[in-house]
Design a protein around this ligand. Structure first.
Ligand code: FRU
Length: 481
């Protein structure tokens, strides 16, 4: 097991070595999920960007493959997407072989240094061998920069109704939509977002996809933002609306966050998965990503999550829950039911058998303040709780291990509760150095990384008032490596 260094995630994809940031080119093709990613093979901080590559059959176990795309005379290979060109609209297919086409940003560092404003342009490459080798198109770039410094991260989808490709592009403080018949010539359709949404930083890594709610189709526009997230630094916002192939029109003007925690960024969805939409983000934050205390590699991805729309009093929200496939890692659960917590319920210490890696499901019978303390014998602890008066969830990592590498790392992070139910439901995915919290069926989600000396394998429930726990289950999870 090459993946056994301190802090190495055992449930999440991380590169064997070196720096990783955004997920790129996520596409399902021939029964395989492809995950490309921003990768710098020359070190453990950001550098000239390549596309790394990993594949999975089940969204749980990953195999890292050789680098897919290298920088070239047009620049570094920044974020982007990949599509299955089944109709061979690009003409890149040969002998009946369907091409995978990657659409990405070429970032020219020389142009950036020279102070120009057109150093980011969109380019394409194709593969006829399932993403193992790629040929860059000789006519690159296919979409030239009109003079916008931040002009990047193309997410392309097939818009079947009009038989055309639609590109959603992050263009500084708004989104620009383009369309194409062949992936090589692009025409501008419209702009969205200058006067709506969160604008504490630059808009990056967008995504656009349809999702149904009670049989009615909506469109979700995901926009990553750095900085300006709800708990500081980078985060993922989204809009729900309608899209007609040309324009996106939101149903309301609320600011909504897909994940309120400090450590989910650049998240988007897999292409070519039919009506199912599966999301995955980079599990870090630009505020401190290059300083976190891992030695030979930096950063992991989140657990893949299934997205759904729900409506609460007419307010349409996007929920996320971990993909069901991770349940196959589950070991014999430790169960408790009908626990009456007065002060402290020192959870079953058998949680120590989980090596600090578990799926925790909890449901209360009432709506009172309470907290889960995930701790270890060094008295390092992460506190996750519900604050009834504020109607908020929170995560406190001020005592959860090392944090002196960056002044913004230690902190208490908060997120609103949206549902009105009289009971709280939490699902936690705890890995060696991260926790993902899915509250109320994924209506509130928070991702948080931490660096404790030892795994957090002691679970307690704390409550000042009395609270009834209807059910509690803690199941160890097998390592994926
Ligand atoms: C987001 C981002 C993208 C860019 C990439 C560069 O994290 O800044 O906008 O394409 O990272 O690595």
């Amino acid at each position: 097991n090459l993946y056994n260094e301190p802090f190495r995630p055992q449930l999440h994809f991380s590169p064997k070595a070196h720096w990783m940031n955004d997920p790129n080119g996520m596409v399902y093709f021939n029964h395989t999920y492809h995950l490309f990613f921003q990768y710098y093979p020359g070190g453990t901080v950001w550098g000239p960007m390549h596309w790394g590559h990993a594949i999975s059959k089940d969204l749980v176990h990953w195999q890292q493959l050789p680098i897919a795309l290298y920088p070239d005379s047009l620049g570094y290979i920044f974020s982007g997407s990949a599509v299955v060109d089944s109709n061979n609209t690009s003409g890149f297919g040969k002998n009946g072989k369907i091409p995978l086409v990657a659409i990405f940003t070429h970032h020219d560092p020389k142009g950036e240094r020279a102070g120009t404003d057109n150093f980011q342009n969109e380019s394409i490459a194709y593969s006829l061998d399932e993403g193992r080798t790629w040929t860059k198109y000789s006519g690159n770039p296919v979409l030239k920069n009109p003079g916008i410094r931040d002009f990047r991260d193309p997410k392309v989808m097939w818009y079947a109704k009009d038989k055309k490709w639609v590109m959603t592009l992050a263009t500084k403080d708004h989104i620009t939509f383009y369309s194409s018949r062949d992936l090589k010539t692009w025409a501008k359709e419209s702009e969205f977002g200058k006067e709506i949404g969160a604008h504490g930083g630059v808009w990056e890594c967008p995504d656009l996809f349809p999702l149904k709610l009670n049989g009615k189709q909506y469109w979700v526009l995901v926009v990553n933002l750095n900085p300006g997230g709800p708990n500081g630094g980078s985060a993922t916002q989204y809009f729900v609306g309608q899209f007609d192939g040309e324009q996106f029109v939101p149903v309301d003007d609320q600011i909504k966050w897909l994940d309120y925690g400090p450590d989910e960024y650049a998240g988007i969805t897999w292409n070519n998965t039919g009506s199912r939409k599966i999301f995955l983000g980079w599990m870090s934050n630009w505020s401190y990503a290059t300083q976190v205390p891992t030695a030979s590699w930096r950063s992991a991805m989140t657990i893949p999550r299934d997205l759904k729309l729900i409506s609460i009093d007419g307010n349409i929200l996007l929920t996320s829950m971990p993909v069901k496939a991770i349940l196959k890692l589950k070991q014999q659960p430790i169960l408790a039911g009908n626990v009456h917590v007065k002060k402290i319920y020192a959870g079953n210490t058998k949680a120590s058998t989980t090596a600090g890696r578990y799926l925790l499901d909890l449901q209360t019978n009432s709506l009172n303040d309470f907290a889960l303390e995930l701790a270890n014998s060094n008295n390092e602890k992460l506190i996750i709780g519900f604050d009834k008066n504020a109607n908020q969830y929170f995560i406190d990592r001020t005592k959860a291990g090392v944090h002196d590498f960056n002044k913004d790392f230690a902190g208490i992070f908060k997120a609103p509760r949206f549902v009105a139910n009289k009971s709280v439901k939490l699902t936690l995915v705890v890995d060696r150095a991260s926790v993902e919290i899915f509250a109320d069926g994924g209506a509130t989600v928070m991702t948080c990384i931490f660096f404790t000396e030892k795994p957090l394998n002691k679970v307690s429930i704390l409550s000042d008032s009395a609270i009834r726990i209807k059910s509690l289950s803690i199941a160890g999870l097998k390592s994926i490596w």
